[in-house]
Design a protein around this ligand. Sequence first.
Ligand code: CP
Length: 339
Amino acid sequence: MAKSELYGKDLICTQDWSLEELEQVLKLARQMKASRFSDQYTSLLRHRTFLMFFYNPSVRTRQSFEAAATELGGHAQFLEPGGMRLRTKSSAGETIEDAARVMSRYACGMGIRILEGKIEAYGDGDELIRQYAEQASIPVINMADDKFHPCQGLADVMGMREAFDTDSLKGKKLLQIWGHGALARAWCSVQESLLINSRLGMDITVAYPRGYDLDPQVMDQVRANCTAAGSTFEILNDSRAGYEGADVVYSRNWMSPVAYQGGLNRQEEIEKAMQYRDWICDESRMDLTNDALFIHPMPVDRGHEVSDGVASGPRSIIYDVAENRLHVQKAVMAQTMGE
Ligand code: CP
């Protein structure tokens, strides 16, 4: 494989890449899934190290990136900030500039996850990753921050295209709906889904109880994406209405915009969210749809965000999407880091 024109590129949000670049990754991911251990892919990162820098825990992201590095012939190294001496707002230590420049001397690429609980204000996590990207001379991949989750967005698209057996999601209705829950989720997966799927021409309905608005700048971008793609965009504050005619239902909890005011109080957010028991994706609501797929980035909060019957039902593609994390990340790593 020749060096890709994506070589050296950071991936912090899919909105930062052109549609052609995203399609290049999705195409390679499909090929890699079809021929997973083919010799043409197993040496693309031979002898190379990918650094995985986790401020927050993970199941899928850590395991799929680690497996991706292995399957490309390289190695993934797990790092936690607790094991380093980094400067923070409240403690002395090594600067991002120094850490990023040194890490660039060892590795072919770096992934960073920083979410709620590890930041003081919304946007801090995304800002930290962008600072690393600015200073590093190797590609930096966002492994989920407080705003965006690009690899999840790509895996979602791949899963929907496979399930519908088409390369075009144009004209399909996506219902992105809030679910009550006991986990208090960041906005990253939901906002990434809205950004990428609006660019791909899906008709977008976002539904949530009053008081759960997402980032207004991101929503403006989603609206603009829909206009550019010739698709529709609407916001509802109803737990049922959006299901009518939906082709895909993505039910997920997210925190309210006041979550970070005066320091994140997750317990308060959870107690508030748990009062909205009507906000659950269940069989009766799915019956209103156009035999919709159910999609979710996982971990699923069963019995709150979605019923067991829907999450494990015949239209659920949650495990396919989780698997696709591996394939899209292999494609991103091969194209941005493989020589
Ligand atoms: N979807 C996702 O990023 O899962 P993890 O938090 O387990 O990595």
